[in-house]
Design a protein around this ligand. Structure first.
Ligand code: GRF
Length: 197
């Protein structure tokens, strides 16, 4: 049986595309059972559509508007993801932080990709934070990590893989992001391949 993946995204989905391509070319013996986005316009949903993968849009806003709790959203999202019975839930640019209501449904089965090295620059601005630290002369490289998400800490948890990415003088957000993404696409697929075994 092929390992089943549910991939959660919020944006462009270039990492999703790397997984789609690896599956299509036989580089990853898995099935992408579903792609879930919290943003309707996420290009990753279009990538899923083009690849014939079920795509689901599941926004938080209606819950907020109805004064429903974040825990309720997370529990309903977990139920939606569970419909696809994934072996692994892959957060590939998913921009929400999970509560226990989600994580307890997939214990040690949630994998996150983050554009920084362990312990450095958690949160949504890791690339800009690294550039600022470079500008202050504090670092000469940043990196990428893939880790398990055992609990609600942000961008922390058992590290499955990490790789340094150099920062070069004159780098902008765009040039550094491009270098980071190239590493992410490879490292995420390699890590999933090892996990799936
Ligand atoms: C990646 O840099 C990932 O590490 C971060 O969000 C970005 C998603 O990019 N959490 P994409 O949507 O896969 O292109």
């Amino acid at each position: 049986m092929k390992a089943k993946l549910a991939v959660l995204i919020s944006g462009s989905g270039s990492n999703l595309q790397a997984i789609i391509d690896a599956v299509a070319t036989g580089g990853l013996d898995a099935q992408i059972a579903a792609v879930v986005s919290n943003r309707e316009k996420a290009y990753g949903l279009e990538r899923a559509r083009q690849a014939g993968i079920p795509g689901r849009y599941f926004p938080l806003k209606p819950y907020r508007d109805a004064q429903r709790s974040r825990a309720e959203y997370d529990a309903d999202l977990a139920a939606l993801v569970s419909e696809y019975a994934p072996d692994w839930v892959v957060l590939a640019g998913w921009m929400h932080i999970f509560s226990e209501e989600f994580l307890r449904c997939f214990p040690n089965r949630v994998v996150n990709l983050h554009p920084a090295l362990p312990g450095q620059f958690p949160g949504a601005h890791a690339i800009d934070d690294a550039l600022a630290a470079f500008g202050r002369g504090e670092i000469d490289h940043t990196g990428v990590m893939v880790h398990l998400v055992p609990d609600v800490r942000v961008d922390e948890g058992p590290v499955l893989a990490q790789e340094a990415v150099p920062i070069r003088p004159g780098d902008t957000h765009e040039t550094l992001a491009e270098r980071i993404h190239a590493v992410e696409h490879r490292l995420l697929v390699e890590t999933l391949r090892k996990l799936i075994g």
